[in-house]
Ligand binder design. Structure first.
Ligand code: A2P
Length: 299
């Protein structure tokens, strides 16, 4: 499948984004180039990274080695919280673009709200708005913004974010957050779309994995697919963009093979009913001072 044949969502500024991208959260820097090359070879045309993942260079290397034209791949990255404030966020763009080896970033997000220093968050976003106006980024957005944070944020900014990337999987379905995004015209991007966060360790929910969930296994068997494929299909059919992460080529291929089956409304509802209301990641409404311990190195 080429970029033009992967189904896409249209962002609020008319830019298209493939419904499925490739995630590299927790992909070690030395494994990133191989994983991204595998993904591009399979047909993914959207890569989601972040300054804080420490692997933007590996993504850029894969982009160059793939031989694909720059415009054929949608590159998304995120400004880390230590680079908030107007000037710092402009410099953060230079760092990320330098490490990726690109002039233009397709989608640039604020990685987290800084609720204890919201003025810095707004100023960083104003830098993103300037980069957008200059054509150095093609779309801008946010990540880990709850409805309460969005309500504080939207009146302060000019450009409605194109995307809000939030934790969302069958055990944490975030219906209220997705509804708030949709009302504002913001595409919801699901991080940990397979529920990886529920088996990374430190998870406070019931000790179970989405990948072995009996309901997901049953639905998967009924369609001759895997639980991972069923989860990704559930997201896409409900209008969420997904960025599953894997370093294993067989799984990278498996996660892309979701366009030959469809879940019925009753099946989607059974997955919705798996929600526990328990998030795996940090609560964005609370200050996270530990985030400030990880400054982003220069390009
Ligand atoms: P690995 O990189 O070893 O394949 P999420 O994107 O929801 O956070 O999930 C990522 C986690 O799920 C990673 O631990 C990844 O491990 C694993 N994973 C990704 N795809 C699959 C798959 N198709 N089947 C099983 N595990 C998967």
């Amino acid at each position: 499948m080429t970029r033009t044949t992967i189904p896409s969502f249209t962002l609020n500024n008319s830019l298209d984004i493939p419904v499925i991208g490739f995630g590299v959260f927790q992909t070690p820097p030395d494994e990133t180039t191989a994983a991204v090359l595998a993904a591009l070879g399979i047909g993914y045309r959207h890569i989601d990274t972040a300054a804080a993942y420490g692997n933007e260079r590996g993504v850029g290397e894969a982009l160059r080695r793939s031989g694909l034209a720059r415009d054929d791949v949608f590159i998304e990255t995120k400004v880390w919280v230590t680079d908030y404030g107007y000037d710092a966020a402009l410099r953060a763009f230079d760092k990320s673009a330098g490490k990726l080896g690109v002039d233009v970033i397709d989608l640039l997000l604020l990685h987290q709200p800084r609720v204890e220093d919201f003025a810095l968050t707004i100023a960083a976003y104003q830098a993103l708005e300037k980069l957008l106006a200059e054509g150095r980024v093609r779309a801008i957005g946010v990540s880990n913004f709850t409805p309460a944070i969005l309500a504080r944020f939207l009146p302060e900014v000019e450009v409605v974010p194109a995307v809000n990337q939030i934790e969302l999987h069958p055990y944490f379905t975030q219906r209220t957050s997705m509804a708030a995004n949709t009302v504002a015209g913001i595409l919801t991007q699901a991080w940990s779309p397979l529920g990886g966060i529920t088996f990374y360790g430190g998870y406070k929910g019931p000790g179970k994995s989405t990948l072995t969930d009996p309901t997901l296994r049953e639905l998967a068997a009924a369609h001759g697919k895997t639980p991972a494929q069923v989860m990704l299909r559930w997201h896409v059919q409900q209008g969420r963009q997904v960025i599953p992460k894997s370093t294993k080529p067989a799984r990278i291929a498996e996660n892309f093979d979701i366009f030959d089956f469809e879940l019925g409304a009753d099946e989607l509802a059974r997955i919705d009913a798996l929600d526990t209301g328990i998030r795996g990641g940090p609560d964005p409404d609370q200050p996270q001072p530990q985030f400030l311990d990880y400054p982003i190195p220069a390009a």
